[in-house]
Design a protein around this ligand. Sequence first.
Ligand code: IYR
Length: 220
Amino acid sequence: MTREPQIVPYADRFQPAATPEAAAAAFLDVMRKRRSVRMFSDRPVSRQTIEQIVRAAGSAPSGANKQPWRFVCVQDPAIKRQIREGAEAEEREFYTRRAGRTWLADLAPLGTDQNKAFLEVAPWLIVMFRLVRGDDGSKTYYSQESAGIAAGFLLAAAHHAGLATLTHTPSPMAFLGSILGRPPHERPFLLIPVGYPADDCVVPRAAIVRKPLEEIMVVR
Ligand code: IYR
């Protein structure tokens, strides 16, 4: 069944207070200060803040506007503990068996290991699921790309609110669907702890270095 497009004026547009050059530079300044954090404080973050961050993520564009995502926001310590246990079980396998030499070498500069204490310390874990079908069984489109864009919005929104995040991908992530009782059309996509960085938080120097513009941009 096709429906006639319903079009409305694009009113209420966002108008930066500065020129595009100044606004883009100011946003770059904000985003450049973001770091992936693995040392969180247990300082609380209000549910209202998390709701606004999820609303920002949910405002992302998606294939045929199907919005193929679910954000399960966990603050219950017992559930966080289960998630930590599930993740550490997968990570033990990863670090001792699954990861090849090259992968381990690539991770070495980050100093990561199978211990994921932050999964219990961070006040919130946002477990993001990608919908391979709509809740009504309808098709979704470009769900990987759509979920990736929404995740980017989520990270930016949390950062803008002064909060740290990590895009954590224990692999495989099926345990998240089981622990959280999610239906099969929801596929675990990312596990994102959200909170304040610990006072003594350190980050890997390697991740601070970004490729220069000339390396990532081509103008034709
Ligand atoms: N999931 C593991 C390993 C890991 C993989 C990648 I790719 C990273 O960028 C970082 C870590 C872990 O979280 O330790």
